[in-house]
Design a protein around this ligand. Sequence first.
Ligand code: XLS
Ligand code: NI
Ligand code: NI
Length: 439
Amino acid sequence: MSNYFPDVSRICYAGPDSRDPLAFKWYDPEATVEGKPMREHLRFACSYWHTMRNLLADPFGAGTAQMPWDDGSDTLENAERRAEVFFEFLTKINIDFYCFHDRDIAPEAHSIEETNANLDHMVRVLGAKQQSSGKRLLWGTACLFGHPRYVHGAASAPNVDVFAHAASQVRRAIDATHQLGGEGYVFWGGREGYDTLLNTDMSRELDHVACFLRMAVEYKKRIGFQGAFYLEPKPKEPTAHQYDYDAATCLNFLREHDLLDEFSLNIETNHATLAGHSMEHELEVAAAAGALGSIDANMGDAHLGWDTDHFPTDLYMTTAIMRVVLRMGGFVTGGLNFDAKRRRGSFEPVDLFHSHIAGMDACARGLRVAAAIRADGRIDDLLAERYASWDSALGRKIANGECTLEELEQHASTSGEPTLKSGREELLRSILNNIRPEG
Ligand code: XLS
Ligand code: NI
Ligand code: NI
């Protein structure tokens, strides 16, 4: 293995009392929670774009990230070196999966043929690295927002030639994902939205996006790609309004276009908050529809707008996330992908480790607390009790769709004024605060 991080060896679990900054305090990969190793619950993935390609620039200043291995060129040699560094990082940080955009791993050239050849080359390089390291691809995707040709969108572009370019790019990105044994493929509508309705035919654009996704499904079946297809909601940024606004909007879109059987959702924390929701809300909406596929684990900052992609370190939030994941029975093809970047001031290579350790430990601790909440039972019991009247003969009759308004009027007129009970919100919060992580 290469040695681009000479001062860091493989990160190990040292327990909550450890003061070693380069050790896990809560993430013990082989420790079991609810009978399953933590690594299988959490299925952590590292994003190629933030880890290898993010220079940490912001709208006011240039990149600060120190990347001594990267000469800044668009050559294949540089791309190969990045892959080398990335797999050393994955091995040392002890993360099993990764995710990429096509353009993160291989440079775009002047012709489609040359670009595709670059991609094929890097797929071979990454395939060999996966083989020797045992690392796996959680999902792949296509960058349909970086190149200037996508200025007005890709699948929703007003220009059919742009649509064709996007289609060709997605085809190749699905191929790459398939060849690397990817467990899923993400569609994030980078610029699928609009800035003003003065120049936008919304219903036409939405139909085109549906055609695009339908063709991708047909292609997937044709080549025998078994991985999951995910849609990733985001309300805005870069466009003023994106069509994939939130989980409910995406589900409605998929249902309307008869695509719900083919897709589930990849929910990102910072996108949830940009939409004015909590992450927990978005996860519940997706899970209720049986469509919670995967998670982009990050978070925003309450004082900032924009998709700041902080590493997820809020323990209440990671606990809420892992509670939903446990309740739905765990991930199948999905996982927790750190779609997260270090702050601009955290520019040393070792900060890549500190940031991932912070995120992994926060998710691991959240998992342990979530399991403890379930074992404790008080919160679930109070919830069940709150809906107990629905377990009556009348409740079941209504829920089964076998009741009429007339029957209910009859019931209401004989049962008297309902006896109401407190929602006990503060009690519930207090119970939550007093539950200790398991293990
Ligand atoms: C951007 C998105 C992006 C997707 C993959 O805001 O989160 O990173 O996850 O294209
Ligand atoms: Ni994302
Ligand atoms: Ni994002």
